[in-house]
Design a protein around this ligand. Sequence first.
Ligand code: SF4
Ligand code: SF4
Length: 357
Amino acid sequence: MMQRGSGSDRGLSEAFHDFLSGAARLLFYLGLLLGLGSVAFCVYTAMAFSGGAVSAPEAQALSNIELFQKLIISGMLAAGIGAAFLFWGEELLGGIMLIVAGLLYFSPLILTSAAGVQADNKVVQAALGTIQMGGSILGALGILLLVVDIANRIKDRAQQGAKADQLKYGKGVKEEADRQNVFMGKCWQLPFCRKFVRDKCPIYHAKRTCWKEQVGCMCEESVIRGAMEGKLIPKDEVAAAAYIPTNNKLTFEQKRERCKQCVIFNEHQKHKYRALLPTIVLGFAAFYIIFRNMLLAATGGIVSKMSQIVGTLTFSKTNSGEAVSGPFQELLLICLMFILLAYVLKLLEHLIFKLKI
Ligand code: SF4
Ligand code: SF4
């Protein structure tokens, strides 16, 4: 009875998940269609009205752009939310969204420099502004997604380290009941050191670390055999070191590879990650506080320069190198710092849990 109940529960939850996936797919494709269709319309309008080439009523074009502005906002939000559900956990999701957002945001520059569009009237400016706004919305969603994704990864990695399926040695071994967990400790100070082996383990009595010796209780039969046979190991550090076995059948690299797949080394990597994570975040915060004025000036300089280029290319007075407002500059800098921090943390995760340095 119980089993039937849990089976039907599973069936229900699968059906609910299928329903959500279907809804997300619909949102994603519909959003893409609306968003990109509206962007295409705005590009067409900008090109058609460029240089006053079309004599159609301005009011009608502006009202169309207003409608497409709403469609772009809802389209980008729908596509962003749908993509977040469908591709959650994909490494490139946030990055791709930010690249597309960047392309849309800088579309006035691209269109004026590459397609010869002239932003010399209200309609063209409104059309280009609308596309740029779509880029800002998608960019904000991309940053939000990146931050949530990184926060989840940090939580998982700090708790579990590498994924269980990447581990071979000691997989399934439970943490000791009377466990120690000394931060950045040696192998015998970590939760997977089993008491019955430890008491007869030369690495413990020599106060060494197994991954440095490249032999230990999860990978070398002689260490376990010694414990099972009750082999006596001297309590003296120097004398105990002579009992540490050596394995000449494997190369240094092979033994290192073995450690990379071991629960004990994985625990050590988790500690490294926990130590480096706050160091990097605090380093970023300190860098921002110390160099804030310089970074703000650089951000403002880049935005002004781009704006100046657009102004020059379009002969537009409004864009000719005008000063960028302080809050916008600060917000842009904070966004850039967040994006950079997110990718530095992804790199840290890769180095510690994939390359296992
Ligand atoms: S090799 Fe294993 S048993 Fe020996 S001290 Fe290290 S973790 Fe403990
Ligand atoms: S595989 Fe490496 S970390 Fe694991 S017990 Fe052996 S030496 Fe220690």
